[in-house]
Design a binder for this molecule. Structure first.
Ligand code: HEM
Length: 459
């Protein structure tokens, strides 16, 4: 006799659970978990599957069952409209070959070498915020972080300066992500080749992003030995071991679009949420700034400081727990998977949600509280690894995790030491899950220059 997992509450005719997942996905998932427990059956039009919330089930899917799952899911199918067949969306031998080519560019030593550029780009935000604080204007922290991480990924990975068009390209990316999200939750949206007004904007925004990428490729081809953009050169110089052929222009475009999109939006959201949480927890902010003052004095932060800033890293780790930029991952099962007393059938879908598992009361005390001490050394010894997976796991784990953590540390260290950011009184940002978890409608905050601490008197 097979045992069937409890069904997600809130199914309606035709749309089934998609209705709840479309209108308020985080609330629907959280409610579902409370009602159903660790395994929950879900049904969408033409698709059925299970949500797995228990850390051991997450591990079973992403690690133990890794060879028997694919990204052949409606969500990734829609993402392919934007990213083609790049590292994030491809599968099988093709993905493995591309991952091997790209991997060396993400080595820790290479990332550390990009630290100076990350700090230089952050200095531009320092100038903008200094001005805003003088005139007393609030800043949209979500928008500022999006433009900053866009400049960083373009400078470090593509070797181009997007300062002049960062706002315009940022808007195109925001539209594309919202649009892809709509296509996932509204399967009846017409495909991009049908010339509706929405599709024309989709194509125009995609073209805007492609232009940026094309500029990087043309520039690099003109001078392969120009410094920087190792990642781009690595992709351009890669040769197939058997055929000796390089990547096609389309493949190059897809890989670059992937790193461009995956490499800035997520980190921008992490930073935006971090500033929001710091504004709500002044004791955490004080401790963070005390660490920065003690380690850095009045000099600028460098990548070499990364290991010396444990509390800064703990703050970011906690922001990744409570507001994980990637809140849901989907897979299709190529073979049945047994989790606990349930066997999930071949060809069905399986989902895991960092947002829900990071709040699992079996593994997190006071899960809605922002408390970086959860990540203090040794504090996680009783916690299963997959109680926390903001970067996914198994062979498909984020290739850019070190990049993101070093970048976020350098940006936070630079900005938190110079500015105090406050949410307007009574305001609490609402998380909007649009592929990534963003603050809905942006994140306006009051910005004040911090008074530099006086040097300690000599005793
Ligand atoms: C806080 C920042 C970030 C978060 C939370 C994040 C999260 C994730 C997650 C959860 C996955 C796995 C997706 C899945 O299994 O379906 C992933 C994959 C990926 N990420 Fe990130 N990411 C971040 C930053 C970055 C950066 C900075 C880059 C590049 C510069 C990047 C590039 C990629 C790529 C290429 C993949 C696909 C890897 C593969 O399948 O081989 N990410 N990311």
């Amino acid at each position: 006799m097979t045992t069937t997992a409890p069904q997600m509450p809130g199914s309606v005719p035709l749309l089934k659970n998609l209705y709840a997942m479309r209108s308020a996905p985080l609330a629907a998932l959280t409610r579902g978990f409370r009602t159903c427990g660790d395994v929950m059956k879900v049904e969408f039009p033409g698709v059925s599957g299970h949500m797995l919330f228990h850390p051991e089930h997450v591990r079973s899917l992403l690690v133990d069952h890794a060879k028997h799952i694919s990204k052949d899911t409606p969500g990734f199918e829609k993402l392919r409209l934007l990213l083609g067949n790049g590292l994030l969306t491809s599968d099988g031998d093709f993905w493995l070959r591309q991952r091997r080519i790209a991997q060396p560019a993400f080595h820790r030593t290479r990332i550390f070498a990009l630290g100076a550029s990350m700090v230089d780009q952050t200095d531009k935000t320092v100038m903008e915020w200094t001005l805003a604080s003088k005139v007393g204007e609030p800043v949209d922290v979500a928008d500022a972080m999006m433009r900053l991480t866009l400049r960083i990924v373009c400078d470090t990975m593509l070797g181009i300066d997007v300062d002049a068009d960062a706002a315009d390209v940022g808007r195109a990316v925001t539209f594309l992500l919202h649009d892809i999200n709509e296509r996932i939750v509204r399967p009846w949206v017409l495909p991009p080749y049908v010339p509706t007004a929405r599709n024309q904007r989709f194509v125009a925004s995609g073209t805007r992003v492609q232009q940026v990428i094309q500029r990087a490729v043309t520039q690099k081809r003109a001078d392969m030995n120009a410094p920087g953009a190792d990642f781009l050169r690595m992709l351009m110089e890669a040769r197939d071991e058997e055929t000796g052929e390089g990547m096609t222009d389309q493949q190059l475009q897809d890989e670059l679009a992937t790193v461009f999109a995956a490499g800035h939006e997520t980190t921008a959201n992490l930073l935006a949420w971090t500033f929001a949480w710091l504004s709500r927890t002044p004791h955490v902010r004080r401790k963070l700034v005390a660490e920065l003052d003690a380690v850095l004095g009045d000099r600028a932060v460098t990548a070499e400081d990364y290991p010396k800033l444990p509390y800064t890293r703990m703050v970011l780790a906690e922001a990744l727990r409570i507001s994980p930029p990637v809140w849901l991952l989907s897979r299709r099962l190529k073979q049945p998977l047994t989790v606990g007393k349930y066997t999930l059938p071949v060809n069905s879908m399986a989902f895991v949600s960092p947002y829900v598992t990071h709040r699992h009361p079996g593994f997190w005390r006071d899960p809605e509280g922002f408390d970086p001490e959860r990540f203090a050394e040794g504090a996680d010894k009783d916690r299963p690894t997959f109680a926390y997976f903001p970067f996914g796991g198994g062979p498909r784990k984020c290739i850019g995790d070190t990049f993101a953590l070093v970048e976020a540390t350098l940006v936070l260290a630079t900005l938190a030491r110079k500015f105090e950011l406050e949410l307007p009184i009574g305001q609490s940002p609402d998380p909007e899950p649009v592929i990534t978890l963003r603050p809905r409608g942006g994140l306006p905050m009051h910005v004040r220059e911090r008074v530099a601490p006086k040097p300690a008197p000599l005793s």
